[in-house]
Design a binder for this molecule. Sequence first.
Ligand code: PMT
Length: 220
Amino acid sequence: EKKKDYLGKRVLVTAGPTVEYIDPVRFISNRSSGKMGYAIARAARNRGAEVILITGPTNLAPPVGVKVIRVKTAEEMFKEVMKYYPEVDIAIKAAAVADYKVEGTSKVKIKKTEDSFELKLIKNKDILQEMGKAKSKQILVGFAAETNDLIKNAKLKLEGKNLDMIIANDVTEENSGFDHDTNTVKIIKNDGQIIQLPNMLKEELANIILNYILELKVKR
Ligand code: PMT
């Protein structure tokens, strides 16, 4: 039986990938099953929080007792996040947002008549960065999915996006990152402290992340 230490807190969680359409039947996307974000949403709910889960397309069952908002594109995720963000105490961004979208998405199915085909991509808004800029009372927690220079890259995101904590996720490690039920991460707090965690179930990691959030010292 978990203690209800999140009672009275509003928590916004994002999860899953975003998809960016090429035409009505094709898209580009990022790898993410949604498992990490959904585990955080469930853990926060179990500890008494009011949870809003904004999710890209996943095959996971929607958690009971959580407000679930489904989106597809990064633009849709941005809009929904910004709608709820002002009212929450804590925001945790586990989603794998596509950094680029297709310029000039075709309204009709593109025919495969050409031997080669070029896609022009244009930058999506960095949702987390916008949240960092708009931060008032919220505790803002991000993820960093990295294949190299894990700590260095995660610290750049922690500072550059005005976060209070970041979960550094080396996605090349075994039984870690995308799709797996387990994950291996390092947590970097706003005071520079780095917590190295062993491989564990995403369920368990979700609770550890929530523990560290409650311990954060934030000046607002
Ligand atoms: O879903 P699973 O299969 O369980 O896998 C979990 C996970 C590997 C997806 C997850 O643990 C994880 O690392 N999520 C972050 C993925 C990611 O896109 O990382 P990033 O380093 O590219 O982005 C850094 C942060 O900025 C993230 O919090 C991301 O949500 C946010 N971001 C990025 C780009 C963008 N345009 N908008 C954003 O908000």
